[in-house]
Design a protein around this ligand. Structure first.
Ligand SMILES: [Cu+2]
Length: 509
């Protein structure tokens, strides 16, 4: 019941947001030609180079301030969260984290925020590099299919987070709406050989870690700060295997590390490296040297630098280790080049230590998917194995029955005379292979005749059960209590679930 009112409230809030969005958008159309400030220090004009993670735009060579035009587009898109797991990400520029923006201290930034017409939500941007109320949020509120423009002067150098600040802010950030903007100091950043961009984020899904399919955002997990996923660059394995970042022995590497949160603070560590220099919290001073682990606050950043001495695979983690090994906060830096046995000698990656992450990467993923498809085919055509899968389903389904159905239908499936119909030897249930599935997904109410007796009650939908649970419990009840029937497959449940609920049949058939 509480859930229902909550949903209604959310719907009302969304409508209100949509209306204000439309109003603001209309207003901004009027304001478009407002006065433009003139800044005498600005010479020329150029378009900002934006890059997708893990890449960083080239260093700025200019020795003067300029007017720099940044065009960023918000897109809501379904992308991979982990193998077999998808999520509707809200992105700045199509990626999580959003495009990396690099400008110079003193630049005048003409910022264009477009919201793709396919978006369902209005969005805006709060850049921590902006000095001014809301960091640009109010001036950039943009309805789907619209574009906003505002201008700011980059007064403060540093590595800054940007994020969406549209209500509910936590949810927009939890869906991936964050990125980094580097405001290089006037004299530039010291030269290094390699620069990369990575950003941690915590994600909250209705299903547990690794549960396949398109996963929904889970508000209560987010409020409780119990993330299902904690990842670098938007998905489990985004920086693993052949997607690892790379360097050669002897090169200096600089990582621009951000943390979008929305909740967790990151204890950023590279296993087997020591940060020669850390610019704590994304400031422009080297704050410490010889650092093992540096804190990256939610809504904050850090810059770390180190020289690679020994070839091999270096594991990037949030050293809150269950996040790394059980929730995805793990990446790789692959360093190639000649061995340096004086500094280190030993085997490369310990596959047991890293578990599944060690062999991940897109090639391995494709291989596994192909093999799994082959295995499914082989299973289908082998009657012995398909028999065993049915037995497994029955055994699992019993567990679901004991948690969910038995309170009404009773342990022996006999039901309660006059109130709850029996599942035991139920002619009604067994007349249709998917009747049990439909009952579970869509509920049933009104008169029903089971084994010659009439019942007139209500079974509420139990559609919170996963496709697998429904398939298993249906298989269990149809192969128990004196019934015997076919197994129901999770794919069949998924298909039925996606159909509109069949009209309830109050059968005297
Ligand atoms: Cu947003």
């Amino acid at each position: 019941m509480k859930k229902k009112t909550q949903i209604i409230r959310i719907v009302i809030a969304l409508c209100a947001m949509w209306i204000t969005g439309a109003a603001l958008a209309a207003e901004s159309e009027v304001k478009k030609t407002g006065p433009k400030a003139v800044d005498p220090t600005i010479q020329g004009e150029e378009n900002a180079v934006l890059t997708q993670p893990p890449f960083v735009p080239p260093p700025i060579k200019r020795s003067h301030a300029t007017k720099i035009i940044v065009r960023l587009e918000v897109k809501e898109m379904v992308k991979k969260m982990a193998d077999g797991v998808e999520y509707l990400f809200w992105t700045f520029g199509g990626d999580v984290p959003g495009s990396f923006i690099r400008i110079r201290e003193g630049d005048l930034v003409e910022f264009h925020l477009a919201n793709h017409p396919s978006s369902k939500m209005p969005h805006n941007i709060d850049l921590h590099a902006v000095t001014g109320p809301g960091g640009g949020a109010a001036s950039s509120f943009t309805a789907p299919g619209h574009e906003s423009q505002f201008t700011f002067k980059a007064i403060n150098p540093g590595l800054y987070v940007y994020h969406c600040a549209t209500a509910p802010v936590g949810m927009h950030v939890a869906n991936g709406m964050y990125g980094l903007i580097l405001v290089e100091p006037k004299d530039g950043m010291p030269k290094v050989d390699k620069e990369y961009y990575l950003m941690q984020g915590d994600f909250y899904t209705a299903g547990k870690y690794g549960e396949e399919g398109l996963q929904m955002f889970d508000q209560s997990k987010a409020v409780d700060e119990r993330p299902t996923y904690v990842v670098f660059n938007g998905s489990v394995g985004a920086l693993v295997g052949d997607k690892a970042i790379t360097a050669s022995v002897g090169e200096t590497v600089r990582l621009y590390v951000g943390n979008g949160g929305p909740n967790l603070v990151s204890s950023f560590h590279v296993i087997g490296e020591i940060f020669d220099k850390v610019y704590a919290e994304g400031g422009i001073k080297i704050s410490q040297e010889q650092v093992q682990t540096t804190l990256v606050p939610a809504g904050g950043s850090a810059i770390v630098e180190f020289k690679t001495e020994v070839p091999g695979t270096y594991i990037l983690v949030d050293h809150s280790l269950f996040r790394a090994f059980n929730k995805g906060a793990l990446g790789m830096l692959k360093v190639s080049g000649p061995e340096n046995l004086i500094v280190y000698s030993g085997k490369e990656v310990d596959a047991v230590y890293l578990g599944r992450q060690a062999q991940a990467g897109s090639e391995a993923e494709k291989q596994v998917a192909a093999l799994q498809a082959q295995m499914k085919e082989a299973i289908k055509s082998d009657p012995k194995i398909s028999g065993l899968t049915k037995d497994i389903q029955i055994a699992k389904g019993k567990g679901v029955f004991m948690q969910t159905c038995f309170v009404c239908h009773q342990l022996n499936g006999e039901g309660i005379p006059g109130q709850i119909p029996p599942l035991a030897k139920s002619d009604y249930m067994m007349a249709d292979r998917f009747r049990a599935v439909r009952n579970i997904l869509f509920g049933q109410t009104g008169e029903v005749v089971v084994n010659g007796k009439t019942y007139n009650g209500t079974m509420i939908p139990l559609n919170y059960l996963s496709d697998e649970d429904v398939a298993n419990v249906a298989t269990y009840v149809m192969n128990n209590f004196g019934n015997s029937g076919d197994a129901v497959k999770p794919e069949e449940v998924r298909r039925i679930r996606s159909e509109a609920p069949a009209p309830v049949v109050n059968s005297f058939e």
